[in-house]
Design a protein around this ligand. Structure first.
Ligand SMILES: Nc1ncnc2c1ncn2[C@@H]1O[C@H](COP(=O)(O)OP(=O)(O)OP(=O)(O)O)[C@@H](O)[C@H]1O
Ligand SMILES: [Mg+2]
Length: 317
């Protein structure tokens, strides 16, 4: 069976991690499940009552978990990008590549790209090994930017591929007139590629565009990916969920039902849940507010007892 992916998404503190944990425990009753926290401020281990690390460790039969070290992931991403750039542009002495790479560390989007890379690696590593991967995501803003990246990057990648093609066409024209010219830099001979097959930059671009295309297809395939929006019965949570759902829909992601957590504190909560369902145009499921903190697998199983989390697992019969 193909790997299925669930994203637990919501505003800070609504219970994303708690619900990701509860879903994972239910899922693990019948399928191999991996739950991963991508939130830089981890508490998945606290919720499951286990010490977790960046390496996958087993929690109970059929359930594995990890808390990704996001700082290390960002450092790894920067390092890999640096090596690639240095390799591709080793002949360019006119631009200060080290200065550029230094600035890249501070440039916007790095955290998003690093998070996307981690997700991609986890998904690839999970194929054939697990049936279900559950992502406990960082707060909404960052998560939405990460999920939008494949689509946005795909557009950029296609544009850049077109530009590169124009450059190569011009090089080809010059080559036809002047013949093949060699450039010697620091005693090393370089020839500038003029066709797509031998151009390293074009190779990189192609690979990148393919990756982004695969990622956005995976996200938009309702048989593979599904979002579990988690919220509380209050208006701030509703406003944020509404905005988030608009973005997720525009990415073609399959959503729902909406999980309204911590219900029953206010007398108006039941009415709020009905309003939420109507306002968001999605079915709702509720989890009660628990008088004892739902920490540890037993407390989670008890809390989750009334909800069938299988509804959020794509393709579950
Ligand atoms: N149904 C519930 N009843 C009582 N307490 C709950 C319930 N769900 C979650 N909590 C508590 O609310 C707090 C926040 O939950 P949790 O950490 O799961 O939220 P989160 O959305 O992952 O937060 P963050 O944005 O910080 O990652 C925790 O103390 C958790 O134990
Ligand atoms: Mg959390």
């Amino acid at each position: 069976m193909t790997l299925r992916i669930v994203y637990s998404i919501g505003k800070g503190g609504v219970g994303k991690t708690t619900c990701a944990g509860a879903l994972s425990l239910q899922s693990a009753r019948s399928q191999k499940t991996l739950v991963v926290s991508l939130d830089p401020a981890h508490n998945l281990g606290d919720v499951l009552g286990r010490k977790l690390s960046g390496d996958v460790s087993d929690v109970s039969p059929n359930l594995w978990a990890a808390e990704v070290d996001m700082d290390a992931a960002i450092a790894r991403y920067l390092d890999a990008s640096t090596q690639k750039l240095k390799g591709a542009y080793s002949y360019l002495k006119t631009i200060n590549i080290d200065g550029y790479l230094e600035a890249m560390k501070l440039s916007p989007g790095i955290e998003e790209y690093a998070t996307l890379q981690v997700m991609e690696e986890l998904i690839r590593g999970a194929e054939g090994r697990y049936d279900v991967v559950v992502f406990d995501t960082p707060p909404t803003g960052l998560t939405l930017r990460v999920l939008a990246l494949p689509r946005v990057s795909l557009m950029w990648g296609e544009r850049l591929t077109g530009l590169r093609r124009e450059i190569l066409d011009r090089r080809q024209i010059i080559k036809n007139i002047q013949g093949e010219r060699k450039h010697v830099i620091d005693g090393i001979e370089h020839t500038l590629a003029a066709d797509e097959k031998s151009d390293a930059v074009m190779g990189e671009l192609r690979e990148y565009v393919d990756r982004m295309r695969r990622l956005s297809a995976t996200q938009a395939d309702g048989k593979i990916s599904r979002v579990m929006p988690v919220m509380n019965p209050d208006s701030l949570s509703l406003f944020e969920t509404k905005r988030a759902l608009a973005t997720l829909r525009s990415l073609g992601m399959t959503i729902g039902p909406v999980l309204v957590n911590k219900v029953g504190v206010k007398a108006t909560d039941e009415q709020s849940v009905r309003d939420i369902g109507r306002e968001l145009g999605l079915p709702t499921r509720t989890l009660p507010f628990s008088p004892v903190e739902p920490v540890g697998t037993e407390a989670l199983e008890r809390l989750a007892g009334s909800v069938d989390f299988g509804e959020w697992i794509p393709g579950t019969p």
